[in-house]
Write a protein that binds this ligand. Sequence first.
Ligand SMILES: [Zn+2]
Ligand SMILES: [Zn+2]
Length: 257
Amino acid sequence: MRLTILGCWAPYPRPGGACSGYLMRCGKTSLMLDAGNGSFAELTRHIDFSFLSGLVITHFHPDHYVDVFCLRHAVEGARREGKMNEPVKLFIPPAPEEIYRKLAGYTGAFDVVNIDELPVTGEIPGLQARKVRLGDTTLYFAPTTHSLPGYSVVARHGNKTVCYSGDTAAGEEIKKAANGADLFICEASGMNKDAAFLAGVHMTAGQAGSLAREAGAGRLVITHFWPEYDINILLAESGEGFEGAVEPAVQGKTFTV
Ligand SMILES: [Zn+2]
Ligand SMILES: [Zn+2]
């Protein structure tokens, strides 16, 4: 499985940067995870968008979904010109309802799947997760603790697992979702000094590191960075809790497991 960072900034990007977006390639499946500001342009550096198997939006904060409108126009244009036969599978949460309805109306571009209507499985121990099969990859969605309803995503291909936290405070769900992940892409939205400000909504870098240790993750990549912060400080704070390899998300970088 290969995971490429398309964007790592939140809630606005640095110059030349993009907000949350990740390209996961495994076998014949190419999946985009989140589509924050600028991430669609970054995607097209790596693959032709017409080869996308699907797009998952973890929640409807702008830094995670606004480039869905870029993909909409790209797909509609490609279909008009006969370059794409099928709409792109779009996995989205049902709330806020007005955003869900708007995206579900773009039937020329998207085949919309309401994540909340996927079947529930107990295949991840201790977790009630939604499950779907996409090509040769299995996706699980675990509920997050955040200011909007949303999901963390677990992707399994063969015996390899990648977990992406989405936006979430630390808690049992994300710990179970990340359990034993070969690669854990985890938000680290602030420094340890920001713990009170972020409580119940996001993680500090230190909390991301502790969570990765408790979950037994193989490798930790921290992301979702406030653009004004020194990433080296976030990296050091996350490394205090986690003994394994910790790396920062860097736009354009690919991690392989
Ligand atoms: Zn965010
Ligand atoms: Zn958010």
